[in-house]
Design a protein around this ligand. Structure first.
Ligand SMILES: [Zn+2]
Length: 463
């Protein structure tokens, strides 16, 4: 049982004109620091290629040292006092430099990871541009003399946040819930990420460490797995192991209608002459629409995942391959990223409440398997709404059947062992139906390899 959880609160900032200048200056400094640190890495790599014996800064720790050393050196120029160093470095919070360096370290680590495990992922870090849609900087919440640097809702101004170097900033939303958590010692602000997207407002995301939920809000027992299938037309379909549909969740209307509008807006943009005023306007419209969709999606994902984490203790979803996620086209990627965010939110919210989200082995044929007799048939075309079992004649909505198969997953060994063993093991059906044994990662991997060699014939209930 985890005693702490991490969560995020997000507020819209309403800065004064002077504060807005300071925000831009910090976002610029973060970009500058990231780029400069990256420049130092590239130079070092280049020198190494020429055969020089140089140190290439790589980890976040290396990056912090490297940028700190550089900004005090003559290479960064001369200050007003004539001493070497970056002239304007005193105008911004020094942490912004360090956090940007940490980001670069993380990006390089992702790049290394991809090369070692062969997965698709981030490439080598690229320089950030002033024209990038998102501009952001991050500050750590330091505490000195019992007073934290980032403060929410100071007395007299509940809709406000205090940030170092920026002072008291007005926010649009009420901060009461967060204020109460902090006052009771149930939450601590770790980081504040301040960001701006083209055509939008400045927002602050507060990353917190919070106390575990009260036992009354936690599940006492983890039981009755419920499967969640991504529906063809609905966002999700929930069903239990007996094949009964529990719920059907529709995506909000703006999300369902987003695609044609996104297509139209990006087509508009591509038709405008480069560098023209109209192109600038078209880009702004597209970016605003992206933000709106993002907001709707965020609200939807959090609302649904919170509700499901409260009402269910054990949910099973199919595993999405992340490699495919990156390659897919706009339509799929929009849906996939919503689903991925939904599954992530469900994972941690269930954890907070003492429940669990289980991801079915990606070879598990939930759409081809019959939830009544466990036989696996041929793939059914996407146009077919009904699942019909050719072994036992069971008929059900295809999404409901798939969700039911996912609900049965904890008791099903997949890929199956030899069919002969299956007959004996099937006897155990009654006892195993309610029990839940989480398959260990090791076994799943070993079995997955075996599955690729020959096609699985039967699903088997594990004792
Ligand atoms: Zn059947």
């Amino acid at each position: 049982m985890t005693s702490l959880r991490h969560t995020t609160f997000r507020f819209t900032l309403l800065p004064t004109a002077t504060q807005e200048q300071t925000l831009w200056r910090h976002a610029g400094a973060a970009r500058f620091a990231f780029n400069q640190a990256l420049r130092l890495v590239k130079d070092a790599l280049e020198a190494k290629r020429r055969g020089e014996d140089v140190f290439v800064p790589w980890t976040g720790f290396d990056q912090i040292n490297s940028i700190n050393k550089w900004k005090r050196s003559a290479a960064a120029g001369l200050g007003e006092d004539g001493k070497p160093g970056l002239a304007w470095r005193g105008e911004v919070l020094q942490q912004v430099f360090e956090e940007a360096a940490v980001d670069l370290g993380r990006a390089l680590a992702n790049f290394s990871a991809r090369r070692t495990n062969g997965s698709r992922g981030a490439g080598f870090p690229k320089f950030k541009k002033r024209s990038d849609a998102r501009q952001a900087f991050r500050i750590r919440n330091k505490t000195s003399g019992g007073r934290s640097a980032v403060e929410v809702g100071d007395a007299g101004s509940p809709r406000s946040i205090r940030l170092p170097k920026l002072g008291l900033l007005a926010v649009r939303e009420d901060t009461r819930k967060l204020r109460r958590m902090i006052a009771r010692g149930r939450a601590k602000i770790l980081f504040a990420t301040i960001s701006h997207e083209t055509g939008g407002r400045w927002t602050v995301s507060l990353n917190l460490e919070a106390a575990a939920l009260h036992p009354a809000n936690r599940h006492e027992v983890v039981a009755n797995p419920i499967g969640i299938d991504r529906g063809l037309q609905t966002f999700a379909v929930l069903a239990d192991g007996m094949g009964r549909e529990v719920e059907r969740i529709e995506a909000p209307r703006p999300l369902r209608r987003a695609l044609p509008k996104l297509r139209r807006l990006s087509r508009d943009l591509s038709r405008k002459k480069k560098g023209s005023r109209n192109r600038h306007r078209a880009r702004l419209r597209l970016s605003k629409f992206h933000q709106r969709i993002g907001n709707v999606r965020r609200a939807f994902v959090h609302r649904v995942s919170s509700r499901l984490a409260k009402t269910h203790s054990h949910l099973v979803v199919e595993t999405l391959s992340t490699a495919g996620l990156m390659q897919t086209r706009m339509a799929r990627s929009l849906a996939d990223s919503s689903w991925a965010k939904f599954a992530d939110a469900l994972t941690y919210k269930l954890q907070w409440r003492g429940g669990a989200l289980q991801r079915a082995n990606r070879f598990y044929p939930s759409t081809r398997r019959c939830s009544a007799c466990s036989e696996v048939g041929e793939a059914i075309p996407l146009s077919e709404r009904t699942f019909r079992c050719r072994f036992c004649g069971h008929e059900a909505d295809r999404d409901t059947n798939a969700a039911a198969c996912l609900a049965q997953y904890p008791g099903v060994q997949w890929p199956p062992v030899a069919a002969k063993q299956a007959e004996t093991k099937n006897v155990c059906r009654e006892e195993s139906a309610g029990a839940w044994a989480r398959p260990t990662r090791g076994t799943v991997l070993v079995e997955a390899e075996r599955a690729s060699a020959r096609r699985p014939r039967r699903a088997v209930l594990a004792a």
